[in-house]
Design a protein around this ligand. Sequence first.
Ligand SMILES: *Cc1c(COP(=O)(O)O)cnc(C)c1O
Length: 850
Amino acid sequence: MYKVYNPKLRELPLSIQRLGELAYNLWFSWNDQAKALFARIDPLLWDQYVHNPVRLLSEIDASKLQQLAADESFLQQYRAVMQQWDDEVQAPSWFEETYPQYKQQAIAYFSAEFGFHESLPIYSGGLGVLAGDHCKSASDLGVPLVGIGLLYKKGYFNQKIDTDGHQLAETMQYDFEKLPIAPAYVRSASSEPTEELVITLALADRTVRLKVWHVQVGRISVYLLDADLEENSPWDRELTAQLYGGNQDIRIAQEVLLGIGGVKALRALGIPTGVFHINEGHAAFLSLERLREQLDKGLPFHAALEVIRASTVFTTHTPVPAGHDAFPLPMFDFYLRDLLGAYDSHRGDLTQLGLDADKNVFNMTYLALNTAAIRGGVSKLHGQVSREMFRKFHGNIGAEEVPIGHITNGVHLSTWLAPELRELYSRFLPGTWVTSQANKDQWAGIDLIPAESLWSVHKQLKEKLIGYARANLREQRRRNSMPADLIEEVRHYLSKDALTIGFARRFATYKRANLVFSDLNRLDRLVNDPDRPVQLLFAGKAHPADRPGQELIREVYRVSQMDRFRGKIVLLENYDMNLARYLVQGVDVWLNNPRRPYEASGTSGQKAALNGVINFSVLDGWWEEGYDGSNGWSIEMNNDADWLTQEKENTESIYRLLENEIIPLYYNKGALPVQWVERMKRSIRTLAPVYNTDRMVMDYVNKTYVPSLIRTRHFIDNDCEEAIKVADYKQFILQHWRQVRIIEVSDGSGQARIAARAAQPTKEVTATVKFGAVWYKDTAVEIVYYEEQPDGWHQRVVEMEPSRVLDDRTVLYRAVIPSHLKHGPHFSVRVHPISASFARRFELPLVTTF
Ligand SMILES: *Cc1c(COP(=O)(O)O)cnc(C)c1O
């Protein structure tokens, strides 16, 4: 495979030849020295080309390169970076050391967007950045992950703000030859493959070809699919034009390309894949393609489904109902007609996998849930919310028993931590602190950093941000042809001494960017306090079809233009990973006030925390578990109140905390606010070891990938013997479960109850269960009751033991529970099917309750 695609980069002077290789490995994006090396080549061009090294090296004057190739000091820096790279690539990895036996098979990670770096614009926001960070940590940890996504010719969009605060969505046309990507090649015996890989798939009534591109991300590969080929019809060429662009037809077509095309690409590349990770429902069609493969091999439908389920992991990312893609059934029939036609007898089964019968649509989240044995949300609270949301699929069980877990999101440390802070931390933390970042002990040394040192680096980063923000505003005004004095005025905007609050994220309405504007007079008093001023920076894009989101941008803009807020509340344009780095590294406080519980996790606050920026947030998403009472601030409210009341309470809490705690703490003790710095340290020390993607990816490996590999192996050995057995068993149980009935429950409450209760803390409960054709040992009979604890009512489940087989269909069970419970609503008895081969306790939605 050619690592260096652009011919210009293959002609670099010999002494700096490997810069080409480095430019084609996104490893540079999380290595401060590599970035500094590229910046040194030409700092202005480096910025102008959004830190894209391929473009830089292909467009810069050859004479400049010749000059550097002979510059000993540059060469030294170059050699140091290359050495570091070689060392890192060859270093033994966590995965190899922990799971050497699972190296052979890839874990395929499918995502509609990947945010690796500003130079590769195939992301829109948090979901993409998370996917990028996931891949980077997988590389650092040596996890055999391979990413699958789409390559968007126009990216997402560049945001411009006009003089009325309107968002203008400028679409670009990217020249793939100038991005850090290269074609993937057809496998061949010769060492220099030359034929670019193009795969073919059926889409609706036609055939579409997809070119496969390769992105090197440290040690791992990501493959991106591109429909912009001459062989495709003009409208099909547009299918991969834009991320989240276009109508429902384009959306479903994109998802077919991603899911089905992605599996085909992996096969064409010859990558043996053990686990498929669906990162958000967009990619769930991959399960249908994999089902087809199993059916083609002759496996019965239900056994095929078992194989797929065993080897699929699904992460859901949003509790907002509209965030789950769903398509009208005729649209599903049309776009998947090739598959449905080939397996006409299973048309019903296939449709059923994503059917939302209430709305008569095919729901991608349902498809993912039904085809993945391991499913989860992205924070503890989001797991809880998802269990409630999808409870209806799992029979009559408590929400806490719904088999949906969570792994809380994190961020990639080396991507988001400021180089200046990295250097400072390195002086006080053990040498292994980066590679062992998920170990809390490694971070104890944060306390040893002298307050002056941390504060002085922080102030430096704040000044960098202010400089960058002014340039951003100046460019906005220049482009909007504002008068020269207004352009010049920007020089005086923002102060390095004022308490600085950052608010940047997608402008989705539930994120309530305007909440802090609820009482402008009160805000005015804070912002314009002569002794203790506050300033706010906003940034974020709204989806081009999201009118209310764009209205929020206008509102922020309007406020920023009011005389009393001019230069103190600013709206920066084109929020991307570059601007995000400046913001999360340079503000004092990171504000987040979503409508709870709509923020599934949120990650920008985690980026801020790494950098000693203190979180000030609603207890939603990750902050619900991250906040410990003294590592930031929580915006309070009554979770049970209606939205309007919550909004009022949130607003009041924001102002009150600012007035009474945040501002006084910041301005305490003049030039060096010791207590503030203490809080920064607490925030770093308690949050950085947990909310990083090394911890997150290790969790995914330990709790989802490896268990999936083990279970899949078990299922497919001996011509899928186990998968067939489990599928048959489930079919049998589903057919005969009607016969299972609990016919009698007794807790002896008829006899001398009062005396017995006083004397004994426990009582015996018996239940008589009739099983019909189902074998009683294939079930669990349980008592369920609720117990009051200081934090509310908790479900308790007590397994009942079979004590007597009454006849071949009826069994008497018994168990002992606390006697203060009375019969009736206080406890119930239930029976449900179990099997050692199930991935989880409630695998079938069959629960019979008495
Ligand atoms: C981290 C990041 C996000 C996600 O921020 P949230 O607070 O999780 O919404 C969005 N956009 C960019 C550019 C980011 O870097």
